[in-house]
Design a protein around this ligand. Structure first.
Ligand code: ACO
Length: 177
């Protein structure tokens, strides 16, 4: 991999994307509202487009966390999935997603119905991580999101390290689970 300092940065706005979709009866759960998995698919699609655009090539979902469903989504809702790169590491990008919904045939303002944070890894033709351009936050909101993403990154790594340490110590004590 080349040194990241060689890769010019890209502003947040260069890859920010909105994916819009009208919910139909095919999207419902047994309660009659829209299935959470349908929303998660749209979230992954929008975030994947952003990660691909920012990194200039293929990118895969490494994790999805903090998927929050704030309000039920209904048949006939026009859903807008807004995604942007919040933060970049060496080969990974945190993409923040905000899910908005409005009635498809009414001019009332859209309300927020969900949010999520996903980590994508940019990969080469062999599926190995490759370096990504550093994201350049532009607005104060972008800068806040960058700082918050760094906090989430620190917590993800600390949680993973703590769990690995626990497993290693249990294995050393002879536990086989
Ligand atoms: C768009 C789609 O639908 S893709 C389909 C679903 N996704 C997939 O199939 C991906 C399957 N997973 C993989 O291919 C691999 O695990 C990869 C590419 C994500 C990571 O590969 P690894 O060999 O573990 O590479 P490595 O440990 O160097 O991680 C690469 C980067 O991803 C980050 N990363 C890896 N796993 C995770 C995770 N679970 N959560 C958050 N970040 C992660 C690392 O911190 C690292 O970031 P950095 O380079 O910015 O420091």
């Amino acid at each position: 991999m080349t040194d990241q300092a060689d890769i010019p940065g890209k502003p947040t706005s260069a890859s920010r994307t909105t994916l819009s979709h009208i919910m139909t009866s095919h999207d419902t759960n047994l309660l009659g509202t829209v299935h959470g998995g349908v929303i998660m698919k749209l979230v992954d699609d929008a975030a994947g487009a952003v990660a691909g655009r920012h990194s200039g090539g293929p990118a895969v979902t490494a994790s999805m966390d903090e998927m929050a469903f704030l309000e039920p989504v209904r048949v006939g809702d026009l859903v807008h999935v807004k995604a942007q790169v919040n933060w970049t590491g060496r080969s990974s990008m945190e993409v923040g997603v905000r899910v908005m919904a409005e009635r498809w045939n009414e001019s009332t303002p859209a309300t927020q119905v969900g949010s999520a944070y996903l980590v994508f890894a940019a990969v080469d033709a062999d599926g190995k991580p490759r370096r990504v351009p550093p994201v350049i936050p532009e607005t104060e909101q972008d800068k806040r999101r960058y700082q918050e993403a760094q906090i989430r990154r620190t917590h993800r790594l600390a949680r993973r390290r703590a769990i690995m340490d626990l497993r290693e110590s249990r294995a050393a004590e002879g536990y086989e689970d």
